[in-house]
Design a protein around this ligand. Structure first.
Ligand SMILES: Cc1ncc(C[n+]2csc(CCOP(=O)(O)OP(=O)(O)O)c2C)c(N)n1
Length: 584
């Protein structure tokens, strides 16, 4: 037996490997990404990034159909994209064990919404496990594969940021257990979901759920911890650890298998305590289930948004906050900013000069909405940057509209929007910000870069050819570090009577890590006009006197500020320039 520290995501990867998964497939998204990045390091598992979560869920369905165990990973919003195959996969059931890992993000540390994946388990009628720490994440992932095969269903394992990204002690008591082969068997009544077959599988699903409900009542994943019986708390996921810290004396019913919901167990728990309360994140959900089970609940004021904390739990029960260590004071603010040398900056500098409505999308480039660039007008969900451009132009044909989308996001769900624009014969402009990587989630390869999860080269999309194939009448590629060239290309694209696709292509500054010499400000020449400040580069700021100053420690010499300075006041930092103590 080896004891080690693993994050929740590392533990899920380990659990899938131990369970004998032969394929891991998913789409990156914080806080889920590291599962596949860890699983790929194990022998005997083929891991792939899919262009989006729906494709991942379907690839996995193929693995399962042909008898292999498979893990699918995504963040909560990805489950919206994968929902279509998931809902029908509940009908077909599985061949090899099918486990879908989904990571929610209460508090929206890195997400555009805070949706609750527990509701998907109920809506799709599939079982869901909820670990509360990394050790459970490993154990439950392994068990999920067994349950999937035993009950012929896909199984959801739900984590949250706090579990995925914090480390805990995990005991590694076994190696990989190769799963018993489940060879492919032709069975159209199970796998071909035409209405006649689906109607039968729909009834069968209810029977499977009834058996799963019995399983949930007896499952060790749902456990009563009896302490002081004046108060019993029903709790799941990350909130369990918080309750244990905040109310160590309280009795607890820890829900580890939330669907099917163990109603009988809840009633039995309630009969053993004076009063029942529910503590959960993103509620009321568990609370409503407990009430539906016929148990009266003491309502406590836990916020319906964000993460629960020991302080919020204690306050909900009218208790003073336990003493905690003082937070360190006086730390500098670190607002999210495009990095020095980010290729996206040049595009937003140019877009700002265009006076267009800019429908944006999700990625590092969403920072183009922040001042001083402030050149993006919307960010809704992946792919919407393209489709919303079409809609905005329908409503306001007099104004130029530009849709902006990153390379990974374009492959994820932008291509269909482009097809829609071309198909519906409307003029429009789409800019693909091709920084050769999925930067926002930690530099994963994607179908545009052609770099696969295992680091091998795959086919890379030819974006100009793809644009033409989708029906664009104009497609061109520009270097976003050439500011004037980018502005001119944008003007040309907007003037195009048909559908124009401009590809702004230059690698992410953190990807190549090659830097030029930093630049410096010629103090005599600087007029303090602020044009360089308008680029929003963290390396440039105003000195007390108002003139520009460059932080040579972080400047990568991309040259964009040199181009916007009309006075020639930003110059390569040669030996003649005084870089002060910051010189590299
Ligand atoms: C449906 C969905 N899946 C995953 C994510 C997480 N996510 C946000 S943006 C993004 C991709 C960003 O990559 P890219 O479009 O290349 O832009 P970059 O960050 O490189 O500028 C991902 C994976 C999400 N927000 N929504």
């Amino acid at each position: 037996m080896t004891r080690t520290l693993l994050s929740g995501n590392e533990a899920v990867a380990r659990g899938a490997w131990e369970a004998g998964a032969i394929v891991g497939v998913g789409y990156p998204g914080t806080p889920s990404t590291e599962v596949l990045e860890n699983l790929v390091r194990y022998e005997g598992v083929r891991c792939e990034w899919a262009p989006n979560e729906k494709v991942a869920a379907e690839v996995a369905a193929g693995v399962s159909l042909a008898g292999g165990r498979v893990l699918v990973t995504m963040k909560h919003v990805g489950l919206n994209v994968a929902a279509d195959p998931l809902f029908t996969l509940a009908y077909t059931g599985v061949g090899g064990g099918y486990v879908l890992f989904v990571a929610d993000d209460p508090g929206m540390h890195s997400s555009q919404n805070e949706q609750d994946s527990r509701r998907y388990a109920f809506a799709a009628k599939v079982p869901m496990f909820e670990p509360s720490d990394p050790a459970e994440a490993l154990e439950m992932t392994r068990l999920a594969f067994d349950l999937s095969e035993e009950h012929d269903v896909p199984v959801l394992v739900r984590s949250t940021t706090r579990i995925s990204h914090s480390k805990g002690v995990v005991e590694l008591d076994g190696g990989r257990r190769e799963a018993a082969p489940r060879p492919y068997r032709k069975d159209p009544a199970k796998w071909v979901m035409v209405p006649a077959n689906a109607r039968r599988r729909r009834v069968d699903l209810e029977e499977r759920l009834a058996r799963l409900a019995m399983h949930a009542e007896a499952s060790e994943l749902n456990r009563m911890e009896m302490r002081d019986r004046t108060l019993g708390i029903v709790v799941d996921g990350a909130a369990y650890r918080v309750v244990r810290e905040a109310l160590p004396e309280a009795s607890v019913l820890k829900i580890g298998m939330v669907h099917p919901f163990p109603e009988g167990l809840v009633r039995s728990f309630a009969s053993q305590v004076d009063e029942v309360a529910v503590v959960e994140e993103l509620g009321p959900f568990l609370r409503d289930l407990v009430v539906q089970a016929g148990v009266s609940v003491r309502d406590v004021d836990i916020p319906r948004w964000g993460e629960v904390t020991p302080a919020s739990v204690r306050s909900a029960f009218g208790l003073p906050a336990a003493p905690t260590r003082e937070a360190v004071q006086g730390l500098p603010d670190r607002p999210p900013l495009m990095c020095p040398g980010c290729p996206h900056r040049g595009v937003f500098w140019a877009l700002k000069r265009l006076g267009a409505i800019v429908t944006g999308d999700i990625g590092c480039y969403t920072l183009g909405a922040a001042p001083p660039l402030a050149a993006m007008d919307s960010c809704l969900c992946m792919g919407a940057g393209v489709s919303m451009a079409h809609g905005a132009a329908l409503a306001d044909p007099g104004r130029p509209v530009v849709g902006v989308i990153g390379d990974s996001t374009f492959a994820h769900s932008g291509i269909t929007g482009l097809v829609h624009m071309a198909y519906n014969g409307q003029a429009g402009t789409v800019v693909v910000l091709d920084n050769r990587t999925t930067a926002m989630t930690g530099h994963q390869g994607n179908p545009v870069s052609g770099v696969t999860l295992s680091g091998e080269p795959g086919a890379a999309l030819d974006l100009e050819a793809l644009a033409a194939a989708c029906g664009a009448s104009w497609a061109s590629t520009v270097d976003p570090f050439d500011l004037q060239g980018t502005l001119e290309a944008l003007r040309e694209a907007v003037a195009e009577p048909g559908l124009a696709v401009l590809i702004a292509k230059a690698p992410c500054a953190l990807l190549e890590k090659s830097v030029n010499d930093p630049v410096a400000v010629d103090e005599e020449a600087c007029t303090a006009c602020g044009a360089c400040i308008q680029l929003g580069c963290p390396a440039i700021s105003r000195a007390e006197s108002g003139i520009a100053q460059v932080d040579a420690m972080i400047c990568v010499g991309c040259g964009q500020c040199v181009q916007v300075c009309r006075f020639g006041a930003i110059v390569p930092a040669g030996p003649a320039c005084d870089l002060g103590g910051n010189a590299r």
